[in-house]
Each structure stands twice: as structure tokens, then as C-alpha cells.
Design a protein around this ligand. Structure first.
Ligand code: SAH
Ligand code: SF4
Length: 432
């Protein structure tokens, strides 16, 4: 077992690697698993087995666009070639959904099994309609921040009477008929690691400690597997992707960005529909700032406290990278027109939800001068964690204080709490 990256004892130095080992210690070049390789790498593999390079593009099309999960079902390849590759041990090897938990509110939590990993599963969450966390920064060119798409497929929306889209800031809603081709408006939350080394005191994933990094294919595979389940039409359905599941994406940087490259180049998603959340891993934020705009998702920082003293209590990682060091790194990110940095703020009842906390958060964010918004998240309970969920009035007062200070602020809906799918509730519930 690996030790937590952040010591329990505040006097101890913290040891953190900015990037960990590739999944399972397996060298991807030796693997005969195809899923996770981009078209170019697939072409190299095909040339190595005596096939023309364009077979790589065919494989990429089949695995990432048509979502074919078995080599034998890739009908664009000649049958004899499929047979030969299979006999030689090649496989698609896409992660599989092995269990589904369904919430009364429509949220689904999946256990996704990584191939060749002895039943090891990670968690992925599908939130129809989203939780109000990923809209509203106006950075999406074809989706004005005032507009929201219908939440469910039309027939289901009509059945449950949920065809009146809500808006943020009370602005005018679109009617379901304004999005004639979009069947989904959903948020998909994916994991980047099994467990987490960061050890935030309020988070259930931290209890698992860090187990291993996911590969780029395992991260992107969660998306393709869920898209396949819901028959998502890329480019038509409005699905936001958030790297906010289990793990700290910036402590698995290469695999995280490898997944983004696959999702953008091979699956066809826009990085402006993706948000990565970090607890504030400064070297990761600095690398992220250097990514080209066509590959860079939006950035969310888990602020969670109004000052360094409180933040170090609830997020010991703050002792290594305090708030101003994070802000300095965030400043290096060249935001797109109308893009905002999101600050996530978990409200812990009686600890971080007081009026004076709100005032301090407002001052802190205003002083950065960054185009920012705040996502407020009422703490979701978990066994063995001694915090309290804030009172709804405290949440609303906090939001109001930020708005009054001129900072856009949203309250995330606690989606899927009944199935342990809400923020910070993900832990491995089944193995093998
Ligand atoms: N490791 C990354 C991303 C995953 S956590 C990060 O920390 O940013 C995603 C979000 O869930 C973070 O903003 C985190 O602060 C929040 N979170 C963790 N535990 C929570 C809980 N029990 N209730 C509400 N939010 C929680
Ligand atoms: Fe890890 Fe994020 Fe949970 Fe902190 S909040 S322990 S960084 S998953």
C-alpha cells in the first residue's frame, strides 16, 4: 500500500510526486490492448504487423466514434485480419461498466472495470441535467450562459413533467423545442485515479488512500463506455465532462492530458465542454497553463476555505501549496474570451459556512482580479467523517454575499446522494 502524500502531522514535510506511475506498471508499448492508443499509435502498431498505416485510422474510427468494444465486431477490417489479430493476442480492451446504481433523481453511478486489472473498478457518474456546476461561465461559444437545454430525452421529460428548464440568475429559459436535435443535457463526472493521496479531511475518496493512477485509455474509456450506454451523439447532445471523480487529476498529469487528447482528437469532444478540478497542485497548474488552447479544458480550483489557516486544517496539501501560490499559477493560464476560473467551495456546517467566511472569500477572490465564479457545494456526508452539512439558509446567505460582492456564485445541487454519487462520496464499493 502506498502512504498518503500528505502527512497527518502538520510538522512533517509533505512528499508529493507531480505525476505517478502509469496504470498497473504496464508498458503501453508492450500491451496488445488497442483502446487508449490514438490513430497515429494505432497506425504504428498496424505497420508493425504488416498492415497499411491507414488501418490505424479505421481502428480509431471504430473504437472512439462507433464505440465498437470487440475486435471481431470491427467490420471495417477484413474478417481474416480480425481473426489474425485476435489470435496474436490483440484486443480492444475498453473499460466496461460492471454495475449501475440508479438514483431517484435520475443520476447514475457506475462501477467501471479496467481490463487486466483483477476486477479493479473506478467510479463514474452520469448526471442528467447536470448539477448546475458546469454552466454559467459563458465560455462556450454556442451556448450562451443564459440558456439551458432540456434535461431528459423528450419523451421522458414529458412523462415526468420536467420539461421546464431552469436558469441561473433567473434569466430567460429556452423552451424544449429550441434544441430540436439535442436529446441530452447532462454532466459526466470521471475518475482519474483509484483513491487519492491528497487526504482532504472531508472527502470519502481520501479514505481509500491512493491505490493507482488510471491510464489515459482508462480515463477516456469511462466516457466512451457511458456514451455508448446512453447512445450520446457527439456534437449534437450537450454533455459536459468534468474530471471531478475519484482522484487528483494533476497528480496523474500525463495520463489525464493523454485522455483529453484522445477525447478531443479521436472522440470529437470540445475541451470547452470539459472542466478539470484540482485541489491546487501548483506544478500541475503550471503545466496546464502551457497546454495549447485547442486541448485545454476549463479549470476549477477547490478553494474550500477563506484563508490558509482553515484551508491547511481541512486540506493539509495547503501547507505545501498555499492559496497565493495557487493563485499565482492560475494567473499563468491564458483564459479564452468570456472564460472564468471556477473556485469550488465545499461548505462545512459551522466551519466554513459563516457570514465572515463569505466576506473573506469575496475579498480573496476580488483581490485576485481573475475572471472567476464560485461553485458552492454543501458538504455531502460520508461514514467516518465528522463534519456537518450546512443549513440551507447558510448556503443561500453565502451565495447572496458573494453575488452582492459582484462574484457570480452557484449552488451545486446534491445529485445522487442516495446512491453515494454526490461530490466527495465516491469510493470503491465493489471489487472482483
Ligand atoms: N481531486 C480534485 C477533483 C475531485 S474532488 C479536487 O479535489 O478538486 C471534486 C470536488 O468535490 C472538489 O471540489 C472537492 O472539494 C469536492 N468534495 C470532496 N468531498 C466532498 C464532500 N464530502 N462533499 C462535497 N464536496 C466534496
Ligand atoms: Fe482527493 Fe479531491 Fe478528495 Fe481532496 S477532495 S481527497 S484532492 S479527491
Amino acid at each position: 500500500m502506498l502512504t498518503p502524500a500528505v502527512s497527518e502531522d502538520s510538522n512533517q514535510p509533505v512528499h508529493l510526486e507531480a505525476s505517478g506511475p502509469v496504470c498497473g506498471g504496464q508498458d503501453p508499448l508492450d500491451s496488445r490492448r488497442l483502446f487508449g492508443l490514438d490513430a497515429e499509435a494505432l497506425a504504428t502498431r498496424m505497420v508493425a504487423v504488416g498492415e497499411p498505416a491507414w488501418r490505424g485510422r479505421q481502428l480509431a474510427e471504430a473504437m472512439y466514434r462507433q464505440r465498437v468494444a470487440e475486435l471481431d465486431a470491427i467490420t471495417t477490417l477484413p474478417k481474416a485480419l480480425r481473426g489474425r489479430l485476435t489470435a496474436e493476442g490483440w484486443q480492444v480492451g475498453r473499460p466496461r461498466i460492471v454495475q449501475v446504481f440508479q438514483s431517484a433523481d435520475g443520476t447514475e453511478r457506475y462501477l467501471v472495470e479496467c481490463p487486466d486489472s483483477e476486477g479493479l473498478t473506478v467510479e463514474t457518474v452520469w448526471i442528467p441535467e447536470g448539477d448546475d456546476g458546469e454552466t454559467g461561465d459563458g465560455s462556450d461559444p454556442d451556448s450562451p450562459e443564459t440558456l439551458r437545454a432540456p434535461s431528459f430525452p423528450r419523451s421522458l421529460a414529458e412523462r415526468v413533467g420536467n420539461h421546464e428548464p431552469q436558469t441561473e440568475f433567473g434569466q430567460e429559459a429556452v423552451s424544449a423545442g429550441d434544441w430540436p436535435h439535442s436529446r441530452w443535457h447532462a454532466t459526466l463526472c470521471v475518475s482519474s485515479q483509484v483513491g487519492c493521496a491528497v487526504n482532504c479531511r472531508f472527502c470519502l475518496t481520501a479514505k481509500l488512500v491512493f491505490q493507482r493512477n488510471l491510464t489515459a485509455g482508462e480515463i477516456a474509456g469511462q466516457v466512451v463506455a457511458v456514451f455508448s450506454r446512453h447512445a450520446v451523439e457527439v456534437g449534437r447532445d450537450r454533455v459536459n465532462l468534468v474530471f471531478m471523480g475519484m482522484g487528483e487529476p494533476f497528480l496523474n498529469y500525463d495520463n489525464f492530458m493523454g485522455a483529453v487528447r484522445l477525447l478531443v482528437r479521436e472522440v470529437g469532444l470540445s475541451p470547452q465542454r470539459m472542466t478539470v478540478s484540482t485541489s491546487g497542485i501548483v506544478p500541475g497548474i503550471e503545466r496546464f497553463a502551457a497546454e495549447p488552447p485547442e486541448l485545454r479544458p476549463k479549470l476549477a480550483i477547490s478553494l474550500n476555505a477563506p484563508n490558509d489557516a482553515t484551508r491547511s486544517e481541512i486540506m493539509p496539501i495547503n501547507r505545501k501549496w498555499p492559496i497565493q501560490s495557487i493563485i499565482a499559477a492560475v494567473r499563468r493560464v491564458q483564459l479564452r474570451p468570456r472564460e472564468r476560473v471556477t473556485f469550488e467551495y465545499v461548505l462545512l456546517g459551522g466551519v466554513t459556512d459563516r457570514p465572515e467566511d463569505a466576506a473573506e472569500v469575496a475579498r480573496l477572490i476580488r483581490r485576485t482580479g481573475l475572471p472567476a465564479k464560485v461553485n458552492l457545494i454543501a458538504w455531502n456526508p460520508g461514514p467516518g467523517i465528522n463534519y456537518a452539512t450546512p443549513q440551507p439558509e447558510a448556503v443561500e446567505a453565502f451565495r447572496r454575499a458573494l453575488i452582492d460582492a459582484g462574484i457570480p456564485a452557484y449552488v451545486r445541487k446534491p445529485r445522487g446522494r442516495d446512491i453515494y454519487a454526490a461530490c466527495g462520496q465516491l469510493k470503491r464499493t465493489m471489487e472482483g
